[in-house]
Write a protein that binds this ligand. Structure first.
Ligand code: EPU
Length: 427
């Protein structure tokens, strides 16, 4: 297994190009199942999750060519509406094929994703929504078996209330509704930019989606029961940008340009970073991050968009470990999302965990250590800690990082970090 080795040092300076958004690309790749033509996605990041989705689409019968930053998807010879456990267990977002498959082919068999490192993550809201559109759902031997009305017929529009805003739930059901007969209303939707981006693509494909980005979305299904192929460039990855924003703030004297990052998608983080004493400005298509003075402690509670993103909690906690004073960081989205804390404690961070709240006392210095994490964002936070830690830090199980950060060591090296990938390191 690869590891990333970092020698902590001084400030970062220079430009980091921001890649296309992983969590926008994944549902959009699944949306290609709604059409039979050849679709082209541009600005797709070169990541393991993209490869996994391509493998899943191929298994389903599509022709997929991945040549990052482009992916081409064409109709293959036949479709097998079945997503096996072997693929779904590698990536929970595979469940995003459920809505498109049952809407397009009248039936689908998709493995239940099971729990993961950050929480139980059920999909009850996805299933409840499909039922509201006339599906019959059975759970059998770890699989969801979904069937359209009357034993494989076309879905019908309905009304869906989400008990909590769910990102992939909203996306899955929007795709299903785009082929349903009539109009579907979704209430208490996720408002993440990735949901808006999927709506943009569905509208390009000929669906009628209104309200994405707000908590009420209306979808009028296609009259023909099929959508057109599309050509689309994916929005920049706000979490990747946010991660480099924090990386550009941990060392005093840093001055980093995030090339192609979109400030409007990152407002909660930007407000908190500024409150912590980091200078953040919008410069044309870029964001500039400067750290000129000491960091102040600020409190953060994660919340659905436009609240503070859970996907930035681990990285922000590292920043607060270096601030003056005490900060309280509360996680409200996932129940096991503090796995970076014991590793950061080994690096000298002072954090007390009480349930879903971390109380962080800023320390002047972190120390290098061998660390590992069990999820993507936690791993990113350890890399950031390594950038300022004394001596050497080795972050193990890098495959988590490769799921969501394109060429992270190369991008950090560009701005002056001393970082390398070690092939075949100890697990
Ligand atoms: N939930 C349910 N039932 C459901 C669906 C969700 O109880 O049917 C709960 C979840 O357990 C969680 C909350 O609702 O407590 C919100 O979860 P959500 O469904 O929004 O999460 P997700 O769609 O599975 C996406 C991202 C995650 C990101 C979360 C929250 C993708 C592919 N994944 O997951 O990204 O953390 O939204 O913003 O879009 C990552 O990129 O590292 C990552 C984990």
């Amino acid at each position: 297994m690869d590891a990333i080795r970092i020698r902590g040092g001084g400030p970062l300076r220079g430009t980091v190009p921001i890649s296309g958004a992983k969590n926008a690309a994944l549902p959009i790749l699944c949306a290609t199942l709604l059409s039979d033509g050849a679709s082209r996605l541009r600005n797709v990041p070169a990541l393991r999750d993209i490869e996994t989705t391509a493998a899943l689409l191929r298994f389903l019968g599509r022709d997929v060519t991945v040549a990052a930053p482009e992916v081409h998807v064409d109709a293959g010879s036949s479709v097998r509406p079945e997503a096996p456990y072997e693929l779904v267990k590698q990536m929970r977002a595979s469940v995003l094929v459920l809505g498109p498959l049952v809407a397009r082919f009248g039936r689908a068999k998709v493995s239940l994703p099971g729990g993961c490192a950050i929480g139980a993550r059920p999909i009850d809201q996805h299933l409840k929504g499909l039922e509201a559109m006339g599906c019959t759902i059975r759970l059998e031997r770890g699989y969801v078996l979904a069937e359209g009305p009357g034993g494989g017929g076309r879905l019908r529009g309905g009304e869906v209330y989400f008990d909590m805003p769910t990102v992939t739930g909203t996306e899955n059901l929007m795709m299903a509704a785009a082929l349903a007969r009539g109009r579907t209303t979704f209430v208490n939707c996720a408002r993440e930019p990735e949901v808006e981006e999927l709506a943009r693509v569905l509208n390009k494909m000929g669906a009628e989606v209104d309200g994405a980005g707000t908590d009420v979305i209306h979808v009028r299904g296609s009259e023909r029961g099929e959508l057109a192929p599309f050509d689309h460039a994916i929005i920049p990855d706000r979490i990747e940008a946010g991660t480099y924003m924090v990386a550009g703030a941990v060392a005093e004297g840093s001055d980093v340009i995030l090339e192609g990052a979109q400030m409007s998608d990152l407002e909660a983080l930007v407000v908190k970073m500024r409150a912590a004493g980091v200078e953040i400005t919008s410069e044309g298509q870029n964001i500039r991050v400067r750290r000129t003075g000491p960091l102040r402690a600020v409190n953060v509670t994660t919340a659905p968009h436009p609240g503070f993103p859970t996907d930035m909690q681990a990285q922000f906690l590292v920043l607060m470990s270096l601030a003056r004073g005490e900060s309280v960081i509360s996680e409200t989205i996932f129940e096991h999302r503090f796995q970076h804390v014991p590793e950061l404690q080994r690096m000298g961070a002072s954090v007390a965990l009480r349930g879903n709240t971390a109380v962080v006392q800023g320390v002047g210095t972190l120390y290098g250590a061998s660390v590992m994490a069990t999820d993507l964002r936690a791993s990113a936070s350890l890399v950031i800690a390594g950038l300022v830690a004394e001596d050497e830090t080795e972050v193990r199980r890098v495959y988590h990082i490769d799921r969501g950060y394109e060429r992270i060591e190369e991008k950090l090296r560009r701005v002056g970090a001393t970082i390398e990938r070690v092939k075949g390191a100890e697990a």
